[in-house]
Design a protein. Structure first.
Length: 426
């Protein structure tokens, strides 16, 4: 089967690595990919938001399956574009329609969806320039802290947690009046703060049936001990010890089932991943956010744990046969540690040569590339998050040790990584 995967991060390297193991895959193209994905298939220089160019490539190469890694093309309607073209509509498309992708693309849409389908989430109100004064009055009497969310996509920066009213009103003004996040913050969701522990839950749905993939916990802060600036993610662990079978069954009954049934009832075309950010408050699950894709770096631990053939799962998804699928998971613990560039998550350096990538390590460790590229036969840094090292073991401690051993062999100017991934589960 001719397969095209869109994206260029660690998530896509992990997906490419897994797709490449399937007997169905031949060949695998990745657009635009990175220096890691080129070890699993053929990188193609395509802009992931240039729908015409992607369509043309799919026609030329007779692509039979398209897997979309990141949210942007989905939120912009790539699935609808494919479904509208006779030459492309039969391609197995993994990723929701534009309307389905609104679960991630619009916080207000997601909140209204959850309210309609009785899915537990924080209480909220939404505001625009039209009811701005009402919003200010609402903020003044709101309990602290206050969570402000830009409605649209804001590169992961659109959520601000304010510790006092002055800060909340200033941020609200910045978002709505000063267009801090452009059009994305024309509408703002003001939400109750939920105090608890978070877990990333992943579901693959065919729009009617679903399977639950392994869950994960992501470490977002740059510094050890979960301090410092927010990042795209500095590491992950799967499984998550507090996601016990009884808590996961609450998530399934109270969140996953009503979400999938809600999509079905609302006639929203959704064949792809739903990533649900769940928070556990007093042993009850609440949805913090939905994403219409897999997480990064969570993918780098959940995909290696998955034992099913991924292409087979995707075919079952497109044929609406996920009810016939049984998921098989490696019971060992997987952790991943992300190595970043100097300066990240602020301005960072690029173009440094990476050494040590070819050193042989145990089969329990995997190196996934994020921001890397090949230049003159060398692999150089090309992003804030550069690579991540996933390791399997029976304990978190041993898995972290294994990844750290591999990372000690790898070097580039300004390399930094957290050594404490999974620390609270030791
Ligand atoms: P998001 O961009 O939606 O992933 O939100 C970023 C982070 O903000 C989440 O991972 C949570 O840690 C935090 N957050 C979002 N909404 C809330 C909330 N209602 N209460 C507490 N924390 C929140
Ligand atoms: N690791 C969180 C995300 O991918 O959004």
């Amino acid at each position: 089967m001719n397969i095209l995967l869109l994206g260029s991060g660690g998530r896509e390297h992990a997906l490419a690595w897994k797709l490449n193991q399937s007997v169905w895959t031949n060949p695998l193209y990745i657009a635009p990919g990175n220096a890691g994905t080129s070890q699993c298939g053929i990188n193609v220089d395509l802009d992931i938001t240039d729908f015409d160019a992607i369509g043309k490539f799919c026609e030329e190469k007779k692509i039979e399956m398209l897997v979309v890694g990141p949210e942007e093309p989905l939120v912009k309607g790539l699935c609808d574009y494919f479904k509208s073209k006779p030459s492309l509509e039969k391609i197995f498309f993994i990723g929701p329609s534009k309307e389905g992708a609104q679960l991630e693309g619009s916080k207000a849409f997601a909140k209204a969806f959850m309210k309609k389908h009785n899915i537990p989430t924080a209480g909220y109100k939404e505001f625009t320039v039209d009811n701005y004064e009402e919003g200010v009055a609402f903020l003044k009497q709101h309990e602290l802290p206050i969570v402000l969310k830009a409605d649209g996509l804001a590169g992961g920066k659109g959520v601000v947690i304010c510790q006092n009213h002055v800060e909340a009103i200033a941020e609200f003004e910045l978002m709505i009046q000063q267009a801090k996040f452009g059009d994305a913050s024309k509408k703002v969701v003001v939400e109750e703060f939920l105090d608890g522990i978070e877990v990333s839950v992943f579901v693959l749905t065919d729009g009617k049936n679903y399977i639950i993939l392994p869950e994960a916990k992501d470490y977002k802060r740059i510094e050890e001990g979960d301090k410092g600036a927010n990042t795209g993610g500095m590491g992950a662990v799967s499984p998550v010890p507090f996601a016990t079978p009884s808590f996961m069954s609450k998530i399934e009954e109270q969140i996953i089932k009503p979400t999938i049934n809600g999509l079905h009832k609302d006639k929203i075309d959704y064949k792809g991943f739903v990533f649900i950010g769940v928070i556990k408050v007093n042993d009850e699950p609440y949805v913090i956010e939905y994403n219409c894709r897999l997480g990064d770096p969570e993918t780098e631990v959940i995909i290696p744990r998955l034992e099913n053939d991924l292409v087979g799962l995707f075919v079952s998804t497109c044929n609406q046969e996920l009810d016939t699928v049984k998921i098989k998971v490696d019971e060992r613990i997987a952790i991943t540690i992300v190595a970043v560039s100097f300066g990240y998550p602020l301005a960072y350096e690029k173009g440094h040569t990476i050494t040590g990538l070819n050193i042989k390590h145990s089969k329990d460790s995997l190196v996934f590339h994020s921001g890397t590229k090949e230049e003159n036969g060398k692999i150089i840094t090309n992003g804030g998050r550069v690579l991540c090292v996933t390791s399997f073991s029976e304990t978190v401690y041993e898995a972290v040790e294994k990844s750290r051993d591999v990372l000690e062999q790898i070097d580039y100017d300004g390399i930094y990584y957290r050594r404490d991934i999974g620390y609270e589960f030791l």
